[in-house]
Design a protein around this ligand. Sequence first.
Ligand code: ATP
Ligand code: MG
Length: 299
Amino acid sequence: MIRTQGLSKSFSGLTAVDTVNLQVEAGEIFGLVGPDGAGKTTLMRMILGIVDPSAGSLTVMGNARIESIKKSIGYIPQKFSLYRDMSVMENIRLIGSLYGASAGAIDERAREILSFTNLLPFADRLAENLSGGMKQKLALAAGLMHKPQLFFLDEPTTGVDPVSRREFWQMLYRLNKEGMTVFVSTPYMDEAELCSRVAFMHEGRIVSCASPEQLRTDYPYKILELTIVGRQIKQALQECDLIDINAFGDKYHLVVADPVQAQHSVRLALEKAGFAAFQLEPVAPTLEDVFVALAGEAA
Ligand SMILES: Nc1ncnc2c1ncn2[C@@H]1O[C@H](COP(=O)(O)OP(=O)(O)OP(=O)(O)O)[C@@H](O)[C@H]1O
Ligand SMILES: [Mg+2]
């Protein structure tokens, strides 16, 4: 569906996207995952033909010129781009009319799409009065009007509440099941888990690209999860043979090569520092652990 070769983009000296080689196959939910400024939007916009590459080449659905296949493609930009002073239904009708469908066909499709996205009860509400999650569902609905085969979504759930995020992903899954290929960017690791394959992006480069399962299997270390209350934990563990310590909410993930030896030395060090109550146990690496390690290697 998508092939890029050596795709790069520089903005006056800053390399936003650096020699990206990607292959996305039909039927995938392909996730582009990375922190703020990693280059996700720039990469997506190059694939969409909105930004001109500085170097490299690409094809989308076998075409080097995206104009010829625009009708098969849907796109939700990172910033809400619909009319705030128009209602949900008016926005949808306007989008429908841009694709040259008849009024009757537009109405029918609009109802179908609004019902699919659970927006039908809000058809008359002004877009500006929708909640964040509903706004994103409206953007999804608008993008679906012309039944695209390949759908690009740029951080569609950033700032959206957890319940709406889950609903949104259920919709993506249903659309994917019906045959739509999805290319989605996200900063959330729980969403990365939901993709068939994930490309981790860091400072413009793809540092790894595989299924979530494969990424975890390839992770070269072990994780000990430390649950503890107190301060200066890192300082207490200074003498232990740890590859890395990462705070995960109220827990710590200790990255180690030898979990048995590390468990022993960490227990001793914490007891020595006066910590009486803590829990230390081996856990499977999360995608976040994997990403932190890959980002560290790339730096
Ligand atoms: N038009 C532009 N002119 C100059 N620099 C730009 C432009 N667009 C993007 N950049 C820079 O390129 C880098 C990558 O930006 P990009 O928006 O692609 O990242 P991103 O991964 O989408 O980030 P976010 O998660 O914040 O949306 C950033 O350093 C950004 O400041
Ligand atoms: Mg972005």
